[in-house]
Write a protein that binds this ligand. Structure first.
Ligand code: NAP
Ligand code: 8YV
Length: 321
């Protein structure tokens, strides 16, 4: 029997290939660019999987495409509108990474406040022995008020963890949640005004672009702290660098940037910015779970005709539901 052909566009977690490699014929290209595919193969390709996204140009070049399996819960790299127009299912990897990303967020928050990376450098550089104790951290989690921008799957896990730290929690989403008792703010500005520690975990959408800007940062005030684990797109990085340089806010912890892997020079120079290279989900167990969900979406689609985790823009309705 002829095997279904799947295109892997760009580097992908090896476990996806291990899981699907025998069931399907795999075509691999360096980046999601249709020009890199042998033209004779284009009509054979029924699925694409990618870590870096799938543009409309690639979707348009594949006349028999049925499914795009995105590696990651955020699927902003996939042209989902074009996929929906063509009736192509897009899947992502929700839930299996919630705990890891929430754990990392709490770690990043504590590192930002208590300057633990700088304290370790102090020890490793021999300064503890030479100069004495590391300076007291001006900031602490004690007495802080937390505002979570985006209380979805991951935001909720962040909130649950921070409850154990004894800090009051508020949030902003477009729709208030009925299942939580945290304080709801109907807009981001009032959330920033009512809290001093803003944690961003919203998706990259046209509505969230640079919503964390000079005005929002000013609301947080001089002891304010911004933590961003959503997407760099949501923060105006020039405004943030200004605010950190001028003491408009006290510190920031960032896992994500507008133009990854490039990080603005101004942020790199700042001692009150704690910077991570987009590692919130990047552990072996969690990336394995994400890889399994990518593979299971593909296997389920071609074996049973059902995707496991389609995104809301390309819903899948079961024939008998
Ligand atoms: P989710 O369950 O869809 O939650 C998204 C939350 O954002 C919801 O509470 C949603 O509430 C809110 N939201 C969306 N648009 C909004 C807007 N315009 N204004 C206010 N709130 C808005 O998604 P998730 O699984 O928690 O993931 C969230 C995002 O985190 C992903 O899309 C991805 O970009 C990012 N992420 C980053 C990493 C990393 O490695 N750093 C890892 C995983 C995920 P409403 O719809 O009610 O507004
Ligand atoms: C991954 C993420 O780093 O799931 C997401 O949305 O941002 C991270 O878990 C991402 O998949 C890398 O492309």
């Amino acid at each position: 029997m002829t095997k279904t052909t799947i295109l892997i566009a760009g580097k992908l977690h090896p476990r996806v290939l291990q899981r699907i490699g025998t069931a399907f014929e795999i075509v691999q290209i360096e980046k999601p660019d249709a020009a890199l595919v042998d033209p004779q193969l284009l009509p054979k390709i029924k699925a694409v999987s990618s870590f870096v996204g799938v543009p409309a140009s690639l979707i348009d070049a594949l006349p028999n495409l049925e499914i795009i399996a995105n590696f990651g819960v955020g699927y902003d790299g996939v042209d989902v509108k074009r996929a929906a127009e063509r009736g192509i299912i897009v899947t992502n990897t929700p839930d299996v990474l919630n705990d890891e990303v929430a754990d990392t967020t709490v770690g990043l928050l504590l590192n930002t406040l208590r300057r633990l990376p700088q304290a370790e450098s102090w020890l490793r550089d021999g300064r503890w022995a030479r100069e004495g104790n590391f300076p007291l951290s001006p900031l602490s989690l004690r007495g802080r008020t937390i505002g979570i921008y985006g209380l979805g799957r991951i935001g909720l896990e962040i909130a649950r963890r921070l409850e154990a730290f004894g800090v009051p929690i508020s949030y902003h989403t477009r729709t208030p949640r009925r299942d939580v008792s945290y304080t709801y703010y109907p807009d981001l500005r009032s959330l920033a005004e009512g809290t001093d520690t803003l944690i961003c975990i919203v998706p990259k959408t046209p509505e969230t672009h640079k919503t964390i800007n000079a005005k929002i940062l000013a609301q947080l005030g001089p002891t304010g702290v911004l933590i961003n684990v959503g997407r760099g797109w949501t923060v105006d990085e020039d405004d943030l660098a200004d605010a950190l340089e001028k003491g408009v806010i006290a510190a920031a912890g960032l896992d994500v940037f507008q133009d990854e892997p490039r990080v603005p020079e101004r942020l790199l120079k700042l001692d009150n910015a704690c910077l991570l290279p987009h590692v919130a989900s990047a552990s072996v167990p969690t990336r394995n779970a994400m890889a399994d969900l990518v593979a299971d979406n593909l296997l389920n689609w071609f074996e049973k005709g059902e995707p496991l985790t389609p995104v809301p823009e390309t819903p899948f309705e079961r024939a008998n539901s």
